[in-house]
Design a protein around this ligand. Structure first.
Ligand SMILES: Nc1ncnc2c1ncn2[C@@H]1O[C@H](COP(=O)(O)OP(=O)(O)OP(=O)(O)O)[C@@H](O)[C@H]1O
Length: 243
């Protein structure tokens, strides 16, 4: 098991960001974490990475603590607002990640996979939004981690970058690695995830393959996952099964 979350809750004042979450993720799985704004995705991811402690419950990565897994170089993460070292270049950030991990990938391979070969010497503060996101992906990938955690990874990427990104993710998972990503682009979850977990108000409201999530939502095969998502997270929404 790559990830085992048991009875995890986290509150911020009166807000229950994550509410008694149970979640196990097998090694080699590509899992999408979906949910409306404020559903608790980033909070859950922070706890999985050991960046924030749960109020109650436990998180295990590879049957140990998240901090131990991160220290052992088993985890790579791409966070939404990951800041960069000022003045460093794209190549520097890849080299930095490589230096932190015991089994890093080859620098040129990482640059190529992230679509950054031509930008290797560019300063990070001179990158466009989508390029900076690719640099964050390169940083997450460079250490060759067993678990990649990606919080809204493709949000600013253009179409070509997005396609290359998903090809890289699928090929990384095909090597036996585990990938957990959050997204609001539900078609990406539909196309690229083996398993989808939908959160609403900090709780799991659906968990399964894209087809199983549609069944749970009561929408037909062929109806967009958006409709299933809306039905699961806002029960007043029509499911598209009426006609
Ligand atoms: N540091 C914080 N202090 C107070 N409230 C917080 C904090 N972090 C998150 N929250 C609240 O916890 C809830 C869950 O937030 P979280 O960022 O985990 O949601 P999310 O599913 O990632 O949302 P989004 O899709 O908008 O990124 C929200 O109501 C948010 O306002």
């Amino acid at each position: 098991m790559a990830i085992r979350v048991t009875g995890v809750s986290k509150r911020f004042g009166v807000v229950r960001a994550v509410d008694r979450l149970d979640l196990s993720v097998d090694r080699g799985c590509v899992m999408a974490l979906l949910g409306p704004n404020g559903a608790g995705k980033t909070t859950a991811i922070s706890m999985m990475l050991g960046l924030a402690p749960p109020d109650t419950g436990t998180v295990l990565l590879y049957e140990g603590s998240p901090v131990d897994a991160v220290r052992a170089g088993r985890v790579g993460a791409m966070l939404q607002d990951g800041a960069f070292v000022p003045g460093a270049t794209v190549r520097d950030v890849v080299e930095l990640a490589r230096a932190l991990y015991p089994r890093p990938l080859d620098t040129d391979r990482v640059l190529s996979v992230a679509g950054l070969t031509g930008l290797a010497g560019r300063r990070l503060d001179k990158l466009s939004g989508g390029e900076a996101q690719r640099a964050r992906f390169a940083f997450a990938l460079a250490g060759g981690p067993e678990l990649l955690v990606l919080d809204e990874p493709s949000a600013a990427m253009d179409v070509a970058a997005r396609q290359a990104f998903w090809t890289a993710v699928r090929s990384y998972a095909a090597d036996g690695n585990t990938v957990l990503f959050s997204t609001h682009q539900l078609h990406e979850a539909d196309e690229h995830a083996d398993r989808i977990v939908v959160l609403a108000a900090g709780r799991v409201v659906a968990d399964g393959t894209p087809a199983q999530v549609r069944v749970k939502a009561g929408v037909r095969e062929g109806i967009s996952l958006d409709q299933a998502f809306l039905a699961l997270t806002d029960p007043s929404t029509p499911t598209g099964t009426e006609q």
